[in-house]
Design a protein around this ligand. Sequence first.
Ligand code: AMP
Ligand code: MG
Length: 410
Amino acid sequence: MSSPQTALQPVDSYREEIFASLMPLVPEELPLADADGAVLAEDVTAAWPLPGFDNSAMDGYAVVAADVAAASADHPVTLPVDAEAAAGDTTSRTLSSGRVIKIMTGALLPAGADAVVPVEWTDGGSERVTITRTADKGHAVRRAGDDARPGDLLLSAGTRLGPAQIGVLAASGHGAIIARRRPRVAVISTGDELAEPGTPLVPGLIWDSNSYMLAAAARQAGCDVTRHTVLRDNPASVLAAIELAAATVDLLVTSGGVSMGGEHDAVKAALSILGSVGFRKVAMQPGMPQGFGLLGSPPRTPIFTLPGNPVSALVSFRIFVEPSVKVLQGLQVPPINTGRFPLSARVTSPAGRRSFLRGVLDRQAGTVAPLTGQNSHQIASLARADVLIVVPEADTQLAAGTEVDIVDLP
Ligand code: AMP
Ligand code: MG
């Protein structure tokens, strides 16, 4: 057990240690409907041209461009309509010169046609159509392969699939892909004092904010999240619940019960006996007491035991858990800091610890303002913050105007 005198572990080396012990998920075949947020494990190429066939970009008339070259409002050209081609009509038609085929957006372009006259440039006729403007060769025609050709790289391995990427997979006919899925995460709050939001309280109890907050953070980090009901501060039942949960997820996140390791710190008491979860004091504020380790048999399930104070919990999530989700999906870990801005007011910080202070970015002024209320329990100020202001370990105060690193809070 670490004593308060034990040297604090630097933030960066703690992160490195965590990332090095995480095994990326094994790539698997995912149906397209489950693929958003997954990370491709292999390149995806086009097997067919995209679009797959020449088709119309507008509702109008497929023509031989030369036939309408002279069309104008003063000298309209009137031509017979042979047929009508709608989207989804798979009949292959051939257009003869001097005739037209009425055509809808997305319909197969008849062989021989080389332009589409938009319906707006015509009288809209069904048997004969009068055309009042000339359409150049290729007008309103989408050529097969104008977006991608067979063999073209559509998405490379390591791409996280968002809406547009899911779209191109579907458009190119991929019903499934090989990828690392959204990690499955279980979020568990612990504490005898915790009550369910929406239920009445008596003094001495508080509403559980962490399980809702951390579940939201994990979802935002791209995970499939299960939020468990609160565990009471009983090491035996905490251990049983954690081991049960670990068997069904890729990552476990708990909050509370890791401070000093007394009998009330049930998470630390329960997991210490396993030997595979380490409890540290990390040189940061908030978020000093941390636990991380691996549970169960291979593939082992990583667990983060975050401190209970809500601000400590969310800051710890942002600094340690969120990048770990990236590692599980085989992605690069981005730098902690996301920008640099001058302070609008002075800040203070304890010696030897990196402070992550709640702040508000003023993009117009180009400054970042520290919020009042920087204690770890003060979640109201957390809810007003959009960034964390980083005060390095060596600094105990920074004057207004000093440029500081910031960490955005998504
Ligand atoms: P602990 O880490 O269990 O020692 O808790 C530290 C502080 O965080 C205490 O004031 C707890 O009441 C508070 N806390 C612990 N868990 C939660 C939670 N799920 N929601 C809100 N506050 C919590
Ligand atoms: Mg507690």
